[in-house]
Design a protein around this ligand. Structure first.
Ligand code: NAD
Ligand code: TYD
Length: 357
């Protein structure tokens, strides 16, 4: 079959990537969507069961750091657009193991950029009609004080964790490929995402699961840090829009205009889970356990997404309380997904299935 476009989505078996793959596969049946993922602990094909048999979808198990393999894949599938989400994404892990973050996030992004550049240069039309879209985070901007300020696209990079330092470095490489080689790139920096299919090491899915199971809720420091939360499907919608209509060489901030102190968010989570489980309101408050703060813990993140709104008309669609209730319901209804994700069962199954391919 001849497809109108051939898109490579990296990290499509992860949390945000799986929502982007699902949206693209369903919305564009005339596009071929190739999902390249290494299936680390964070990547699970169980996140994509509902689209895995679609004729315009295919999965390739592989490492973005492997330049030769990525180049061959781009050639074999005649890739004309890249949406790059593959990364190591958890700050606490980056504090323990910074090298893995530098390898995947920096060298992996570089290998992907170089493979796209080299492959597209062999084509008669060159970079015409091509796009390399790099997904990044607001954490590259560092931390804000408790005031009215927000991160704009002009805010100076000031990363503090090994995770944000590696993402900042990858963003710089993407811009360098645009400025040096004219590669048609675009970069977005998004705030904290929440929703279904998030690996249960991140605050929201971890705490939902612990509240259900009556386990302690480890709140770092005094719980005063502030995050700006966006429902993951709203992020995926923004990615679709920016992939198609964002200006080449630009960057866009994506955020929910939705700031929450961690402790207030934890209390709302407790209220929601208790209510949905038919427990007395607030009965799980006793689970809150203040623990030693994360090293270098950024005080506050807040995104100004005005540029995206004004240029492309994007806005978050869900109110936070509505999105959070939807999310809590999903995790409560999908306990078997959680059990599979944490057991490694899917990794083993697909290891065998894809062995020798
Ligand atoms: P995730 O950890 O859930 O998923 C990452 C995916 O990348 C996994 O499927 C994993 O298997 C894959 N991967 C890791 N190393 C790989 C490698 N070497 N080769 C191929 N695949 C590899 O992450 P996420 O939360 O979905 O984040 C996706 C992207 O969005 C990341 O780039 C992250 O920095 C960015 N981001 C995340 C958030 C958030 O709140 N989660 C917010 C803003 C930006
Ligand atoms: P997290 O979900 O790890 O995202 P990020 O660090 O990328 O913002 O954490 C969100 C916030 O919740 C952050 O301020 C750290 C805090 N946190 C806790 O207090 N306890 C926890 O167990 C976790 C995982 C996070």
């Amino acid at each position: 079959m001849n497809f109108k476009r051939n898109l490579l989505i990296t990290g499509g078996a992860g949390f945000i990537g799986s929502h982007v793959v699902r949206l693209m596969v369903r919305k564009y049946p005339d596009y071929r969507i190739v999902n390249l993922d290494k299936l680390t602990y964070a990547g699970n094909l169980a996140n994509l069961r509902d689209v895995e048999d679609e004729p315009n979808y295919c999965f390739v198990k592989g490492d973005i750091c492997d330049f030769e393999a990525v180049y061959a894949l781009m050639q074999a599938y005649r890739i004309d657009g890249v949406i790059h989400l593959a990364a190591e994404s958890h700050v606490d892990r980056s504090i323990k193991d910074p090298f893995t973050f530098a390898r995947t996030n920096v060298l992996g992004t570089l290998a992907l950029l170089q493979a796209a550049k080299c492959y597209w240069e062999t084509l008669p039309e060159g970079f015409e009609g091509k796009r390399f879209y790099h997904i990044s985070t607001d954490e590259v901007y560092g931390a804000l004080p408790f005031d009215e300020s927000r991160f704009s696209e002009r805010t100076k990079y000031d990363p503090h964790s090994p995770y944000s330092a590696s993402k900042a470095s990858s963003d710089h490489f993407v811009r360098a490929y645009h400025d040096t080689y004219n590669l048609p790139t675009v970069v977005t920096n998004c705030s904290n995402n929440y929703g279904p299919y998030q690996f249960p090491e991140k605050l929201i899915p971890l705490f939902i699961n612990n509240i259900r199971n009556g386990k302690p809720l480890p709140v770092y420091g005094k719980g005063e840090n502030v995050r700006d939360w966006l429902y993951v499907e709203d992020h995926a919608r923004a990615i679709d829009l920016i992939f198609h209509r964002g200006r080449v060489g630009e960057s866009y901030n994506i955020g929910g205009f939705n700031e929450w102190r961690n402790i207030d968010l934890v209390r709302l989570l407790i209220k929601t889970v208790d209510r949905l489980l038919g427990r007395p309101e607030g009965s799980s408050e006793v689970l809150i356990t203040y623990v030693t703060d994360r090293a270098g813990h950024d005080l506050r993140y807040a995104i100004d997404a005005t540029k995206l709104k004004e240029e492309l008309g994007w806005e978050p669609s869900l109110q936070f309380e509505e999105g959070l209730e939807k999310t809590v319901r999903w995790y409560l209804d999908n306990a078997s997904w959680l059990a599979r994700i944490t057991s490694g069962e899917y990794e083993k199954y697909y290891e065998e299935m894809y062995a020798g391919r």
